[in-house]
Design a protein around this ligand. Sequence first.
Ligand code: AR6
Length: 176
Amino acid sequence: MQVTIGKSKLELVQGDITQQDTEAIVNAANPSLLGGGGVDGAIHRAGGPQILEECRKIGGCPPGEARITSGGKLKAKYVIHAVGPIYRGGTQGEAETLASAYRNSLELASKHGIKSVAFPSLSTGAYGYPIELAAPIALKTVMDYLQAHPEIELVRFVLFGHSAYEAYERALKGLL
Ligand code: AR6
């Protein structure tokens, strides 16, 4: 599914984030930036050791923030490492931290002149954020950013599996 937000495109696809040809892909990282499972493991495997080397030098990233490295061997030129919240029932500011992780990722992209960005669904795997709650926050945050920042031409959400895709599609239809 694809919609236009201001001058930009917002796309939902089912697929693998490591295979995307956008200028940047976003990693669902943890505060150490030293790797892990899920998206993080897949990105470091596909991108090679250079990304981890750069992450070591950065030295970490608090929840809600993002840091940028090169893309190593990936098609994408950059990886933006975003740290989402661990879901603890929804009363610990998780929604704000999640929105902030998306917003800070896009701000980094703007600052580096990056015009196309692919996101995974942050926090909805190991970090336990229910996808029906996370999807509208992710989409609304990106839509608000694109309205104000036409320099980002494309944001693509790359959803892993059909049920994740459907959750995002339902959420997007609800926001239009
Ligand atoms: N492409 C796109 N999406 C994927 C892929 C892929 N290759 N693999 C998994 N997903 P997760 P989190 C989906 O656990 O919840 C790591 O250990 C997955 O189905 O990767 O933010 C980090 O180091 C889910 O919907 O990230 C952290 O410690 C979504 O991506 C922690 O996990 C996010 O799942 C971060 O947890």
